[in-house]
Write a protein that binds this ligand. Structure first.
Ligand code: PEP
Ligand code: MN
Length: 349
């Protein structure tokens, strides 16, 4: 990915900002002025074709909005512009107008057929491409979507984390499930990965804390939705920040040093963590050997392996003990479920 021109800059984080949807030439001009005035923002986003859950709503201005972008390009020749594409026809339209990069939305990246068609239409196009995570929490689908673009020779490539649709979104519009973008970064360390705090949080108040979280987790950039007057926006009212609040928001973020060398204290604390992790694994291994022995006893007495009442007791007990030790209930529950699941598997064997 050495030829990545658009998304690898030394001055991190890369910030992309703009409205959820392009609504009028005046709205775009207002946002472009703010974006041009803040040197930290390197690209303006605008939705042109909008994927809506229900039919009959505002589905974007389509190619009309792209001609408004042409007018902005004349006004701001240095500015870069990006919009969402979901079909090869959208890519062709972008190529006829002043679009520098496109992103592939979460409802599109989930579909390998669409990804294949889009990758072909982007082959040799010269457009930058950002791939939002698929709506389902599956890192393989995300990686697969990116691989299709790599196979089509797309070099200006980045990923965008916008959260996942899960059974319980834990207070967010889309559950961040941070371990998934972290796994993507581990698999593809050279691929820039941006965070979309607007679509994760779904509310204006969450944009700043989620942006900080992303910077603390080594993300390379942010895509933030802003609108001159969010309460009047045609899409995603609650999550767009006021354009006037963009610069103060960026001022409030602490940009971490990516290449700082580790201080003594950090090295010592990490050694302590590593030793605790080893002890945890030793204990888990002992626990699984006992589970296996329990499985043998249950089988010899013709008892079912899973005992719902006993499991309820174990879970209640763990949560209560965890609380006394200052551990989060949802964390202890998830951990107990994972250990219990593996324990049942061990008992089967
Ligand atoms: C958007 O960026 O406006 C959008 C529709 O994104 P997503 O695909 O993340 O829902
Ligand atoms: Mn949106």
């Amino acid at each position: 990915m050495s030829a990545n021109r658009l998304f690898i800059i030394s001055n991190k984080p890369i910030v992309i900002a703009g409205p959820c949807s392009a609504e009028s030439p005046e709205q775009l001009l207002h946002v472009a002025e703010a974006v041009a005035a803040d040197s930290r923002v390197s690209m303006m986003r605008l939705g042109v074709w909008k994927p809506r859950t229900h039919p009959g709503g505002f589905e974007g201005m389509g190619a009309t909005a792209l001609s408004w972008v042409d007018a902005l390009r004349r006004e701001y020749p240095q500015m870069l512009f990006c919009c969402e594409v979901a079909r090869p026809e959208h890519v062709s339209a972008c190529l006829q107008h002043s679009i520098d990069a496109v992103w592939i939305g979460a409802r599109t990246s989930v579909n390998p057929f669409l990804m294949g068609e889009l990758a072909e239409s982007l082959r040799g196009s010269g457009l930058g491409v950002m791939v939002k995570n698929p709506i389902t929490p599956d890192v393989e689908l995300w990686v697969g979507a990116i691989e299709r673009l790599l196979n089509a020779g797309v070099t200006d490539l980045a990923a965008i984390h916008r959260g996942f649709d899960t059974y319980n979104n834990s207070g967010y519009r889309n559950n961040p499930l941070w371990s998934i973008p972290i796994e993507l970064k581990r698999r593809m360390p050279d691929l820039p990965i941006f965070s979309d705090p607007s679509h994760i949080g779904g509310s204006r108040e969450l944009v700043a804390p989620l942006s900080q979280m992303a910077l603390d987790l080594h993300f390379d950039g942010l895509m933030i939705e802003c609108h001159p007057s969010p309460d009047d926006a045609l899409t995603d009212k609650q999550q767009q920040i006021r354009t006037a609040d963009l610069t103060p928001l960026l001022d409030s973020l602490k940009v971490r040093q990516h290449n700082a060398s580790a201080p003594e204290e950090l090295i010592r604390l990490r050694q302590e963590l590593d030793s605790i992790d080893t002890q945890l694994l030793e204990l888990l291994s002992r626990r699984m050997r006992i589970s296996s022995a329990i499985g043998t006893v249950k089988r010899s007495h013709n008892m079912p392996l899973f005992q719902p009442q006993r499991w309820q007791q174990v879970l209640d007990n763990q949560i209560a003990q965890g609380k006394k030790m200052g551990l989060d209930e949802a964390f202890v529950k998830g951990l107990s479920e994972t250990i219990h699941g593996e324990s049942l598997r061990q008992q089967e064997t």
